[in-house]
Design a protein around this ligand. Structure first.
Ligand code: ZN
Ligand code: ZN
Length: 243
């Protein structure tokens, strides 16, 4: 039997879909209609950055996208639950404006499937940092809210204060992958005293575009001695070249 307070809460506020107002069985779920319109990232994918590839996988061989082939990122593997489109935007929106912790718990469950193996082997969940000025403006870091929800869901250790963003970078929209790497160079570093030596770190963020930010975070972590860095996001842009 449910505790009385939970029963009262449930009867006053029936849980609603992450995207629309439709009632669902439990908080943090998608209704059937939104589930079928959500574009989950599916194979074939780049073995490294996880970008969807246009050709079929031949099973025996792991394929890399052109960008990873030309300049391999500092992270080993990046995976996302959804393609970043209008539905994904709606799913992520409550993290910005609504009840963050409740939305984050639902998003963490969506991230668990593509991130299962990475989550199991991670020694530390680390959110992509925001610059202090941006943090004051927004009041919280969405990546940190997600990392907290994932740590709660999986019991993996959490490192909220591991990375630091030194400079407020200009908006990355419209910049190519190479330009983003230049813009972000040395913008992110390991916080003094942060202990990552020999650890398998899983970086957490809401959206991955070209992977330039994740690369800079991974670079700082690897330079600090992390054994491996993977990346898990709610959504990823399916064709970063068009951004
Ligand atoms: Zn819905
Ligand atoms: Zn790739």
């Amino acid at each position: 039997m449910k505790p009385l307070f939970r029963w009262v809460l449930d009867s006053v506020l029936p849980p609603s879909c992450l995207v629309c107002d439709k009632t669902v069985e439990a908080q943090g779920q998608l209704c059937l209609k939104c589930f079928t319109t959500a574009n989950f990232v599916t194979a074939p994918l780049c073995a490294c950055c996880g970008v969807p590839l246009p050709f079929a996988e031949d099973g025996a061989k792991e394929h890399l996208c052109d960008a990873c082939e030309v300049s391999p990122p500092a992270f080993t593997m990046a995976r996302a639950a959804l393609r970043y489109d209008d539905t994904a935007k709606k799913i992520i929106m409550p993290l910005k404006y609504g009840d963050q912790s409740e939305a984050a718990a639902g998003l963490a469950r969506l991230m668990r499937r593509p991130g299962e193996e990475m989550l199991q082997s991670a020694n530390l969940l680390v959110p992509v940092p925001l610059h202090a000025a941006r943090l004051r403006q927004r009041r919280y870091n969405q990546a940190a809210v997600l990392a907290i929800a994932l740590a709660r869901l999986t019991g993996r250790p959490l490192g909220l204060d591991v990375l630091r963003r030194w400079r407020a970078t200009r908006k990355l929209e419209g910049l190519s992958a190479a330009e983003r790497r230049v813009e972000l160079m040395d913008a992110i570093s390991l916080r003094q005293g942060a202990e990552v030596l020999g650890k398998r770190v899983l970086l957490i963020d809401d959206v991955m575009t070209t992977g330039a930010t994740a690369h800079q975070c991974a670079k700082a972590l690897r330079e600090g001695g992390a054994a491996r860095v993977d990346v898990l996001t709610v959504a990823r842009v399916a064709d970063p070249r068009l951004q």
